[in-house]
Design a protein around this ligand. Structure first.
Ligand code: NAI
Length: 345
């Protein structure tokens, strides 16, 4: 499409680490082919930024997100058990992106053990055990603090019920461990119950202790609609649910605050397959589709939503035609799958 006379909206692109640059290139190729009028302001975070600027989250990246309000982000590596703090956690805290949303749905042409999966995970993104408050009490004794605030628990509960109402979802299930963590998970649970009773009585509400909830999930995920979880549970259950529909290559995500939104796949930087052009770009492409729909809902420009629908229909057709990357049992490389989507736009 000729974009010469179209006014371009700017958005931040963070390629990320590991498979990040490969899948972001593939996704931008599809968005360009679909005629999406976005000018990408490319900035770095994670290891890629560390090499360049000495910081995993450079001020220039923060400034660009503040300016443009939306970002599409590839995954960023965090060292295990040592080294710098997660840039993902820092980004979420910097912009107060308290609501993470991960839709998990069966896709056409992707056979799994589970059918009729159509659930949405809403994860509190700024509190819980991800507060990063860890210390050594005495040699050999370390502790990590789980933080829950009334404000944080209330706002994510209301966010989830508002989301469920707008998307015509019927039920919210809270997973918790308030039998053990009576204060922190107890507060989370109480705020969700209050939101339901006071403001959203028309959305069905239930709660489950997370261990039994996970058992019910793997028995029959189709019984769930919207799952509301605190930070750590949401992180773990997101990957678990990805397994229902084909794995981490097919589950998108978005992180919302009051003014900024960052769109990224649920998966990480997949160092085991990085640099080989075999990663599935679909989860990031689906995250980009979420971003386009968000732009239409927030800024009223229908063209983004229309492009989102064309892209969604194109990847559905590609999958139905058996055009798949290796993680889904196919043979396509990253760029070949992107090309298969482009051919069907
Ligand atoms: P991971 O999600 O990167 O990989 C787990 C498994 O799934 C690997 O076998 C990988 O090859 C496969 N996989 C992931 N995405 C794939 C894709 N698009 N296509 C095909 N296969 C895919 O999780 P892991 O290995 O635990 O973490 C690696 C790094 O990513 C860590 O440094 C972690 O901190 C970081 N991470 C970053 C996230 C983010 O930036 N939002 C989220 C999760 C992890």
């Amino acid at each position: 499409m000729n974009l010469a006379n179209v006014s371009m909206r700017k958005a931040v692109l963070i390629p990320g680490d590991g498979i990040g640059p490969e899948i972001t290139d593939a996704v931008i190729g599809v968005l360009d082919a679909a005629g999406v009028a976005i000018e990408w302001d490319r900035h770095y975070a994670g290891l890629a930024a560390l090499d360049d600027s000495g910081d995993v989250l450079p001020q220039a990246t923060i400034d660009a997100i503040t300016r443009h309000k939306v970002a599409l982000k590839g995954p960023c590596t965090t060292p295990v058990g040592e080294g710098f703090a997660s840039v993902n956690v820092r980004l979420r805290k910097t912009f107060n992106l308290y609501a993470a949303v991960r839709p998990v749905r069966n896709l056409p042409g992707v056979e799994t053990r589970y059918q009729n999966v159509d659930l949405v995970i809403v994860r509190e993104n700024t509190e819980g055990l991800y507060s990063g408050v860890e210390n050594e009490v005495t040699p050999g004794v370390v502790m990590s603090m789980k933080v829950a605030t009334e404000t944080g628990c209330r706002r994510i509960a209301h966010w989830a019920f508002r989301y469920a109402t707008q998307r015509k979802r019927k039920k919210i299930t809270v997973f918790h461990k308030a039998n053990i963590m009576k204060m922190t998970d107890g507060l989370f649970l109480r705020m969700a119950e209050n939101a339901h009773k006071k403001d959203y009585p028309n959305i069905r509400y239930e709660s489950a202790i997370i261990d039994a909830g996970c058992m019910r999930l793997v028995q029959d995920p189709s019984q769930f609609d919207v799952l509301l979880l605190e930070n750590l549970y949401g992180d773990v259950v997101s990957d678990l649910c990805a397994g229902f529909v084909g794995g981490l290559g097919v589950v998108p995500g978005a992180n919302f605050g009051e003014t900024e939104a960052i769109f990224e796949a649920v998966h990480g930087s997949a160092p085991d397959i990085a640099g080989r052009n075999v990663a599935n770009p679909l989860a990031l492409l689906m995250s980009a589709v979420m971003m386009l729909n968000y732009l239409t809902e927030n800024e009223g420009d229908e063209a983004f939503g229309q492009a989102a629908e064309r892209i969604r229909a194109a990847y559905d057709r590609a999958l139905t035609d058996g055009e798949k990357t290796r993680d889904l049992g196919g043979t396509l490389d990253t760029d070949q799958f992107a090309q298969a989507v482009v051919q069907r736009l």
